[in-house]
Design a binder for this molecule. Structure first.
Ligand SMILES: Nc1ncnc2c1ncn2[C@@H]1O[C@H](COP(=O)(O)OP(=O)(O)O)[C@@H](O)[C@H]1O
Ligand SMILES: Cc1cn([C@H]2C[C@H](O)[C@@H](COP(=O)(O)O)O2)c(=O)[nH]c1=O
Length: 237
């Protein structure tokens, strides 16, 4: 069995105490959170980071919870997609990594997409993996939900992460201002109440809930803009 990092004792994965020499040799793991509204390129960046890590011979696990595709996949609207492991409710992420080690697989880094859907406890486990197993943990997700309140997983990431990175690609509101608010839309109206988790896309699909990124003013007032930008059929009269 080979541990993810030679500094760790393979016989007792996460709870092992490395020797002084190994401690010197070990790199320090980190927990990073990349956040932004829907459609800003989070999944694209997740796949780019995975690609760049893997190209240097590092071995990673891709994790996701509730991807839009309905399958355990990290999928970008740019067209890239990679199979991932679905993080189940209550899943122990430290145990997940230990299981990989027990099978002889090396784990140097984790890519976690839709990290807003993790529980606070699972984020604590990611911090433990960064600190004790020296994994580089890259999380990607929304900061706030359709009510503009922090998702529990994102709140814990803001509390614990070594690095917080707001994604730099601006998503514009229909008015041209920068959009930061993920409005849930049904029947042409902004929805203000309901369950936190409702997987859907920003592209309009008839009769289905969708999301639209808005500036604060238009999120507050519920103004979705002219029909054309809402993707609705313009009536020719
Ligand atoms: N046809 C396209 N040409 C260029 N860029 C595109 C195209 N389609 C989508 N994108 C880019 O992909 C971004 C969405 O990427 P994605 O990783 O799916 O976002 P997120 O995970 O944040 O929801 C858009 O902001 C846009 O920049
Ligand atoms: C605001 C909000 C979003 N969701 C869902 C909708 C999508 O399935 C994902 C976000 O995907 P993306 O990769 O960032 O485009 O989250 C939700 O369940 N609840 C919400 O309040």
């Amino acid at each position: 069995m080979e541990p993810s990092n030679p500094a760790l004792d393979p016989t007792d994965a996460l709870s092992s105490v490395p020797t002084a020499g190994a401690r010197r040799a070990a790199a320090v793991g980190s927990l990073r959170f990349f956040f932004g509204p829907m459609d800003c390129g989070k999944s694209t960046l997740a796949l780019q980071i995975d690609h760049n890590q893997a190209r240097q011979g590092r071995s990673g696990l891709l994790l996701v919870r509730h991807d839009r595709s309905g399958t355990p996949t990290i999928s970008s609207r740019m067209g890239l997609a990679r199979r991932a492991l679905e993080v189940q409710e209550g899943m122990d992420l430290c145990a997940l990594v230990r299981e990989h080690w027990a099978r002889g697989a090396r784990v140097d880094y984790l890519i976690v997409d839709e990290a807003q859907f993790l529980s606070a406890e699972q984020v604590d486990q990611l911090a433990e993996l960064a600190d004790e197993a020296r994994l580089d943990v890259y999380c990607f997700g929304l900061a706030t939900d359709f009510r503009s309140t922090l998702f529990p997983g994102s709140q814990r990431l803001f509390e614990l992460a070594d690095e917080l990175n707001a994604i730099q690609v601006e998503v514009l509101c229909w008015c041209g201002l920068s959009g930061r608010f993920n409005a849930r839309v049904h029947d042409g109206e902004v929805v203000r109440a309901g369950s936190t988790v409702l997987v859907a896309d920003t592209a309009p699909v008839a009769d289905e809930v969708r999301y639209q990124v808005l500036c604060r003013k238009h999120y507050r007032t519920g103004d979705l803009g002219p029909a054309a930008v809402r993707g609705e059929q313009l009536s020719l009269t």
